[in-house]
Write a protein that binds this ligand. Structure first.
Ligand SMILES: [Zn+2]
Length: 257
C-alpha cells in the first residue's frame, strides 16, 4: 500500500552496496525508517531528498517489512545551513537529539513543529546556539525530565524568587532551600527568567531574544550537566561542536557580550 507523509531527514545510513536507510521524523507517524533503494548512487533520484535535515514529502510503499521509498520531493532543503559549518553543526545536534530521544512510530506532541521551526530559524540566520538550548529545554519533556522552573523544587512554594539552579534537585531552589544542594549554580533573577522564557517560548517568536556569550556558555554547561544526570544519552554532535569552538572561537563570539 502506498502512503504519503511529510517529514524531516534525521539521518541516512548506507545499506548494502547501493541503498540507504533513511530515518525521518514525520508528521503522521513520528520517527520512522524507510529504505531508499539505489540512493547511494550520486545519480539517484533520491539523493537530494535523503540529505540530512531536508524537509520533504515522501511517498512510500508499506509492505510487511521496512517501508520502501517510492518517491520523494524536497519541500525545503535548508541550503544556508548546509553551506555553513557552524549552522550545520547545530542542525546536526538537534536532529541527533530528536533521534535519540524518540521511539519509532510514536507521535510526540509538538516535536515535529519544534524541529521544523528550529531549522527554519537557523536557516534565516538566528543564533544556532540559542536555538539549540531552546530545543534542549523543550525536549526534556519528551525525555520525561522536565526541570522545576515555576516554583522551588524542594518546598514547592513560589513566594520567593529562585536563588540557585540545582541539578540534583532538578530545578530552581528558593533562598530557604538552597542549602539542600551545596553544588547548585547560583543564579540571578534575570537568568531564572531567561531559563523560563527559553523553556516556554514559541520558537516562531524568538526574534527578540538576545543572549551574551558568557550567558550562553553558562546555559550550555548547566543543561549538558542536567542531560548527563537525567537523560544519559551520548550525542556525537556535542563533541563536534566543542571541537569546532576550539578550532575557531570567533565563530561563536560574534555577538556583543
Ligand atoms: Zn524552597
Amino acid at each position: 500500500m502506498l502512503k504519503k507523509v511529510d517529514g524531516i531527514v534525521l539521518k541516512s545510513i548506507d545499506y548494502g552496496e547501493t541503498d540507504k536507510i533513511v530515518t525521518l521524523y514525520t508528521t503522521s507517524y513520528g520517527k520512522m525508517a524507510v529504505l531508499a533503494k539505489g540512493a547511494k548512487k550520486g545519480t539517484s533520484r533520491f539523493s537530494a531528498v535523503t540529505q540530512p535535515f531536508v524537509y520533504g514529502s515522501f511517498l512510500f510503499f508499506q509492505g510487511r517489512g521496512m517501508p520502501s521509498l517510492s518517491q520523494g520531493d524536497v519541500l525545503q532543503s535548508f541550503k544556508t545551513i548546509h553551506m555553513d559549518m557552524t549552522k550545520a553543526a547545530y542542525a546536526a545536534y538537534m536532529v541527533e537529539l530528536v533521534d535519540k530521544l524518540t521511539e519509532a512510530r510514536r507521535i510526540y506532541l509538538h516535536v515535529f513543529d519544534w524541529l521544523i521551526v528550529a531549522l527554519k530559524q537557523l536557516e534565516t540566520g538566528y543564533d544556532g546556539e540559542v536555538i539549540a538550548r531552546i530545543v534542549d529545554l523543550k525536549m526534556l519533556t519528551v525525555a520525561g525530565a522536565k526541570p522545576v522552573l515555576d516554583y522551588c523544587a524542594v518546598c514547592r512554594s513560589d513566594t520567593h524568587d529562585p536563588t540557585v539552579f540545582s541539578i540534583t534537585q532538578a530545578g530552581f531552589l528558593c533562598v530557604t532551600c538552597a542549602y539542600r544542594d551545596q553544588h547548585a549554580y547560583p543564579i540571578s533573577i534575570t537568568f531564572a527568567q531567561l531559563l523560563r522564557t527559553l523553556y516556554y517560548v514559541d520558537l516562531n517568536k524568538i526574534g527578540t531574544i538576545s543572549i551574551s556569550a558568557s550567558t550562553k556558555k553558562r546555559l550550555r554547561t548547566m543543561l549538558h550537566m542536567y542531560y548527563d544526570e537525567y537523560v544519559g544519552i551520548h550525542l556525537k554532535t556535542r563533541g563536534f561542536i566543542t571541537q569546532l569552538e576550539r578550532y575557531d572561537p570567533r565563530l561563536f563570539t560574534l555577538d556583543n557580550d
